[in-house]
Ligand binder design. Structure first.
Ligand code: SF4
Length: 187
């Protein structure tokens, strides 16, 4: 079987999974975890592209930016940290919950979306294919809840494969009967 696309929910949107799919030229139609995408949308902080800086809820621009290094052995995205002028924070009417009194710095960090996640995100923007996932998921739910696929009946992949084939045959036969019945009613 040649696999061209994988449709999955956001639990499968890890970078390793996406890289693996891209390596095999398989298109992921996978909803990304919300925190992978721009995660500052509801905070009042806004990235100003022209100024290449972050604007805080009080309307002040960041004064510098630093890129946090990726920790060795982790798969976490890198971050950009934006620094704000604390003299403005000290007298800011919006400082509660934003600036800790006495702190020498005020920073705000934004995850840098990896090229892998960016690629998956770009694809999601124009694809309608993920609608199909809903239909597949409901059949999966039927197989799990009504036909015991929630639990492997046998140990080993071969046993699992047999269980999956037999369960698929059952749900397909049910569907065939339903379609025949509907055709009879319509006739
Ligand atoms: S406390 Fe500082 S960073 Fe926060 S809104 Fe006020 S000026 Fe902006």
């Amino acid at each position: 079987m040649e696999v061209k696309e994988v449709l999955a929910d956001c639990a499968y949107s890890g970078k390793d999974n996406l890289d693996y799919l891209y390596e095999d030229e398989i298109t992921p139609i996978i909803l990304l975890q919300p925190q992978v995408l721009e995660d500052h949308k509801d905070t009042g902080f806004e990235y100003i592209k022209d100024a290449q800086g972050m604007c805080c809820p009080a309307g002040h621009m960041s004064i510098r930016k630093a890129k946090q290094r990726k920790k060795k052995g982790t798969n976490k995205n890198q971050q950009n940290t934006y620094y704000f002028d604390v003299t403005k924070c000290q007298t800011c009417p919006l400082r509660e919950g934003c600036y800790k009194p006495g702190a020498k710095t005020k920073t705000y960090s934004v995850r840098i979306i990896s090229s892998t996640h960016q690629r998956a995100s770009d694809y999601q923007a124009f694809t309608q294919r993920k609608k199909v996932r809903g239909q597949i998921e409901s059949k999966n739910a039927e197989m799990k809840q009504a036909h015991g696929m929630v639990k492997a009946k046998y140990t080993g992949l071969f046993g699992m494969e047999i269980q999956a084939y037999l369960t698929s045959i059952v749900v397909n036969v049910k569907r065939m009967i339903r379609l025949i019945e509907e055709a009879k009613v319509a006739a």
